[in-house]
Design a protein around this ligand. Structure first.
Ligand code: NAD
Length: 393
């Protein structure tokens, strides 16, 4: 919730400034006009949320859209049913329904909503459903922002600070029991430090979740049985280095590390979205980079190293939504950094000013007085006129 309040405060502080007309240069060809850009609301917007951070991932885009002057229909995920009900109650009781309204429901209700000609659709969720949304939007040529997922790699290079790297990765991976779209999905570690790195990961998990009470209070469960079963299967088909304990009754999956993993393993064929961390080692960084390049562009990528040259090489060669150097997940908390995917991990971005832009149409105006009209653009097109036009542009 802190991030949600942070976004709201940022919008309150900046919305007046962002909503102002912006003057831009005109150029000699249009003398004596002036030029400016008017930020304009898009109109009626549809925000479709997902379940893993149900308030944040529904309300941040919804509130950003309102701040940009739009009206919003919010369709939260139906999976955390009580959360969806609470949002519907608070919003529908306090806002006029033609301004901000929650429609609850699942596939059927979303499909019905998508038949309407919205002015903008903002969707957070899986890649397959993202494609359904994009197709439905295309019928009305509605612009969309798609915040999707994918497998986010983490490079751990031989010169890194092993203990600190393990600490930051363990926090980011097992937060929300791995049900975070930008969690490190898998690790590519330099083979020369694989053994001490695995040891450091194990120690760090031990520090975070020392006993049963820590697990009870600070560690989450898997959202529903279907995902629990999918994740259990991924553990079964891998080689467990640490963890692996499961309890279907309360959908508990222990923080789990898989070792000696290759891209052929089940766990590497889909986004994990759970507390399982596969470790792949490499001896040749070029080859490791190539394997990532051959796969869909990830939502995030993380690089742990002290070598600026190698860090820049990875940053320049790999395409991904966003990420961090020597940290994981936390780039999301800086509202100055546009947040979004690229390729299969999504299109468009939000947070802070990027969010305002996402929900705004920028109307461009050339504004001319009557007192002067150069005759150059009118026929007959003499050599001199052509030369002047060429010069003016
Ligand atoms: P999902 O795609 O199944 O559901 C998201 C929303 O779509 C829900 O509101 C749901 O009701 C609706 N929906 C589901 N099926 C639909 C259909 N056939 N037609 C119309 N609407 C439909 O999401 P999920 O799989 O539960 O969520 C996990 C995915 O979301 C992961 O891939 C994760 O990476 C991604 N995600 C991305 C971000 C981000 O910011 N990029 C954040 C969180 C989660």
């Amino acid at each position: 919730m802190a991030l949600l309040y942070h976004e709201i405060n940022g919008l309150i502080k900046n919305v007046k400034k962002w909503s102002k007309r912006k003057k831009v240069a005109t150029g000699v060809a249009n003398f004596p006009a002036k030029s400016y850009i008017i930020p304009e609301p898009m109109g009626v917007t549809l925000v479709i949320g997902t379940w893993n951070y149900p308030y944040q991932l529904s309300l941040v885009p919804a509130i950003t859209s309102l701040a940009a002057g739009n009206t919003v229909i919010l369709k939260p995920s139906e999976l955390p049913a009580k959360t969806s009900q609470v949002m519907a109650q608070i919003i529908n009781d306090n806002f006029p329904s033609n301004y901000f309204h929650v429609v609850e429901g699942g596939v059927k209700e979303t499909t019905e909503l998508l038949e309407h000609p919205f002015n903008k659709i903002f969707f957070t969720g899986s890649i397959p459903v993202g494609k359904i949304i994009y197709q439905a939007a295309a019928k009305h040529l509605t612009p969309v922002t798609l915040e999707l997922g994918g497998k986010s790699p983490t490079f751990v290079l031989s010169d890194t600070d092993i203990k600190m790297t393990a600490k930051r990765i363990v926090w980011a991976k097992f937060l929300n029991a791995g049900q975070t779209c930008i969690a490190p999905d898998y690790i590519l570690v330099d083979q020369s430090i694989e053994a001490p790195f695995l040891e450091a990961l194990k120690n760090e998990i031990g520090c975070n979740y020392k006993n049963k009470a820590d697990i009870e209070e600070n560690y989450l469960r898997i959202i529903y049985n279907k995902n629990f079963d999918r994740l259990s299967n991924l553990i079964r088909t891998g080689q467990v280095y640490f963890g692996g304990n499961l309890n279907r009754d309360n959908r508990f999956i222990e923080p789990t590390i898989l070792q000696n993993v290759t891209f052929e393993y089940e766990v590497m064929k889909e986004e994990i979205f759970g507390p399982i961390l596969p470790i792949l080692s490499f001896t040749n960084l070029e080859e490791a980079i190539q394997t990532v390049k051959e796969r869909p562009k990830p939502l995030s990528c993380y690089i742990y190293s002290k070598n600026r040259k190698t860090i820049n090489k990875l940053l320049n060669e790999l395409s991904f939504g966003g990420g961090a150097v020597n940290d994981s997940v936390m780039h999301l908390s800086n509202t100055n950094l546009p947040f979004g995917g690229v390729g299969l991990s999504g299109m468009g971005s939000y947070h802070g000013k990027a969010g305002f832009d996402t929900f705004t149409h920028y109307k461009s105006i050339l504004d001319k007085p009557f007192w002067f009209e150069g005759n150059i653009k009118y026929a007959p097109y003499t050599k001199l006129k052509k030369a002047i036009i060429k010069w003016a542009y």
